[in-house]
Design a binder for this molecule. Structure first.
Ligand SMILES: [Zn+2]
Length: 477
C-alpha cells in the first residue's frame, strides 16, 4: 500500500489520491441491476469495471468489502408480472440467477454480499421514519411520502450540474402537493390490484428506488467514520437523480455523507447510438456468449478506459482477441511451469509499470501497452535462451500478475486455441489424427500428409509435440 491509487471522483470531477476511511480497508457499494430482464452489454461492462477496481485494491493489499445490490421492487417488474402472470418472486429469482450465471462466465468475482431490496424493508422503514421525524420528508394525501430537497443545502453537490438538474426536473411528473419540483418519492402507497404492497408503519405500499441503496449501505457497512463507505459506484446514468438523491437522504437521515469517493463508468453504444431496449440495439450477454468466449468478451470490454464511452464493434472485438491470442501464445511457451522462488528485475519492472498504470485511475491503455511490450520482450528473450529457467520463472510471475489483476488467462492454452469448434468437428478431428498416426506407423507418409493438408484446409493446424499430436483452430490474422 505504499503507492497511492488515484481515483477520478465524479462529485469533485478531479483525480483524487485514495485515502481509506479505515486503514487497510476499502468499502465499495455498487448499484446493481433491476431484475426484470436478462443482463445486457451495459451491465457486463459495469460489472467488469468494478471487478477491476476491486482486484486492484485487493492486489495492493487492501481488505475489500464489496457489495452489489439487486433492485427487486420496481414498476418494470410489476409490469412483467402482470404481463406474464408469474409471481414477482419467480421473475426476480430467475433474473438474479441468470445475471449471476452471465457474470460468472465473464469471470466477474461475486460480491461479498448481494442484498435484495425486499430483504431490507425494515431498514428502509427506519430511514423513512427518521426523515419524517426530522422534517425532511412529508406524506401527501394519497399516502405517498416525498423527500424534501429544500431541507438539504448540499442537494446537487454530487452531480454538480444544476442546469442539468433543472432540465431534467422539468420532465418529472408534477404533483401539485409536492413542495419542490425536485422532491422525490421515498414511499409509494398501494395503488390497488395492479400494484404490490408491503405492510409498513406508513400503511401498505412499497419503497421508491433511491431509498433502498441508502438503507442497505447503513445496514451492511458498520463503520463509524465521517462517511458510510469509501466508494459508491455505478453507471454514469445513475449520477443524477439516483446518486444525488441517495446522497441527500443519507446526509439528512444520518448526518454524514454516504461515500467518500464516487466512481462511474461510461456508456456502451452500438453504432454510436446509446444502447437501450427501446432502440432495439441492446444485446444480451447470454446471446453474446453463444458467439464469443466469456474471457474474450471480458478482455474486450475492459480494454476501453472505464469512463470513456465504449462503442461496441465486432471489428474492435477481433482486434482485442488478437491481442489476447498473443498473450496465450506466450503462455503456451511456458506451459506447466510453476513459479520457483523470487522473480528478477525483469518481472519487477513489468509489475511497477503495470501497477503504476492501473493505480492511475485504471489507465488501461497504458497497462495493456505495458503487457504488449513485455510479451514481445519475453518472446525475444525466449528465442535467444529457450532453456533459461530464471527467465521462465519471471514470465510465469508476469502471467500470475496479469491474471490476478485483469481476470484473464483462465483457460488452458490447448483449450483456448481450440475455441469455436463444435463437438462433432472435434470427434472428426480426433478420428483423422488417429488415422494419421496409423498411417505413420505403416510408413504411409503420403497419406499422413494428406490428412494434415485436409485438416489445414478446414482451418485446423496439427502440432506434433513430445506428448503427442495436438490440434488448434487457426486464428484470424
Ligand atoms: Zn443505488
Amino acid at each position: 500500500m505504499s503507492e497511492k491509487i488515484k481515483i477520478f471522483d465524479s462529485s469533485t470531477t478531479k483525480n483524487q489520491d485514495f485515502t481509506p476511511l479505515k486503514q487497510g480497508e476499502v468499502s465499495i457499494y455498487v448499484c446493481g441491476p433491476t431484475v426484470y430482464d436478462d443482463a445486457h452489454l451495459g451491465h457486463a461492462r459495469s460489472a467488469i469495471v468494478f471487478d477491476l477496481w476491486r482486484r486492484l485494491f485487493e492486489a495492493e493489499g487492501y481488505r475489500v468489502i464489496f457489495i452489489k445490490n439487486f433492485t427487486d421492487i420496481d414498476d418494470k417488474i410489476i409490469k412483467k408480472s402482470i404481463q406474464t402472470g408469474k409471481s414477482i418472486e419467480s421473475i426476480t429469482d430467475h433474473y438474479i440467477s441468470s445475471y449471476l450465471k452471465d457474470m460468472d462466465s465473464l469471470y466477474v468475482k461475486r460480491a461479498d454480499k448481494e442484498p435484495k431490496a425486499t430483504e431490507s424493508l425494515d431498514e428502509i422503514y427506519l430511514m423513512i421514519q427518521t426523515l419524517l421525524h426530522k422534517g425532511c420528508a412529508y406524506q401527501i394525501s394519497n399516502g405517498d411520502i416525498y423527500f424534501n430537497v429544500n431541507k438539504d443545502n448540499k442537494y446537487g453537490s454530487i452531480s454538480n450540474r444544476y442546469e442539468y438538474i433543472k432540465d431534467l426536473v422539468n420532465r418529472i411528473e408534477i404533483n401539485k402537493e409536492k413542495k419542490d419540483i425536485r422532491d422525490f418519492v421515498l414511499w409509494k402507497s398501494y395503488k390497488g390490484r395492479e400494484d404490490i404492497g408491503y405492510e409498513s408503519p406508513f400503511g401498505k405500499g412499497r419503497p421508491g428506488w433511491h431509498i433502498e441503496c441508502s438503507a442497505m449501505v447503513e445496514k451492511y457497512f458498520h463503520t463509524h467514520c465521517e462517511c458510510a463507505i469509501d466508494i459508491h459506484a455505478g453507471g454514469s446514468d445513475l449520477i443524477f437523480p439516483h446518486h444525488e438523491n441517495e446522497a441527500s437522504q443519507t446526509r439528512c437521515a444520518t448526518g454524514r455523507e454516504i461515500a467518500k469517493y464516487w466512481i462511474h463508468n461510461g456508456f456502451v453504444t452500438i453504432n454510436e447510438e446509446k444502447m437501450s431496449k427501446s432502440l432495439g440495439n441492446s444485446f444480451f450477454i447470454k446471446d453474446a456468449l453463444k458467439e464469443y468466449d466469456g474471457e474474450t468478451l471480458r478482455f474486450y470490454l475492459l480494454s476501453t478506459h472505464y469512463r470513456a464511452t465504449l462503442n461496441f464493434s465486432t471489428f474492435d472485438l477481433m482486434v482485442s482477441k488478437k491481442r489476447l491470442d498473443r498473450i496465450y501464445r506466450l503462455k503456451k511457451r511456458i506451459d506447466n511451469i510453476k513459479t520457483q522462488g523470487q522473480p528478477t528485475i525483469f518481472f519487477n519492472d513489468f509489475k511497477k509499470k503495470f501497477r503504476d498504470a492501473l493505480r492511475d485511475d485504471l489507465n488501461i491503455s497504458v497497462a495493456l501497452s505495458v503487457i504488449d511490450e513485455y510479451i514481445h520482450a519475453s518472446n525475444e528473450k525466449l528465442d535467444k535462451n529457450p532453456k533459461d529457467k530464471t527467465l521462465k520463472n519471471d514470465i510465469v510471475h508476469i502471467f500470475e500478475e496479469i491474471s490476478q489483476l485483469l481476470g484473464i488467462c483462465n483457460h488452458d492454452t490447448i483449450a483456448y486455441f481450440q475455441q469455436g469448434v463444435s463437438s462433432n468437428q472435434r470427434e472428426k478431428i480426433q478420428e483423422l489424427i488417429q488415422k494419421r498416426i496409423n498411417a505413420k506407423k505403416e510408413k504411409d507418409f503420403k497419406k499422413a500428409d494428406e490428412i494434415r493438408n485436409m485438416l489445414h484446409q478446414e482451418g485446423i493446424t496439427l502440432l506434433d509435440t513430445p506428448n503427442g499430436t495436438i490440434w488448434e483452430k487457426m486464428q484470424i490474422q
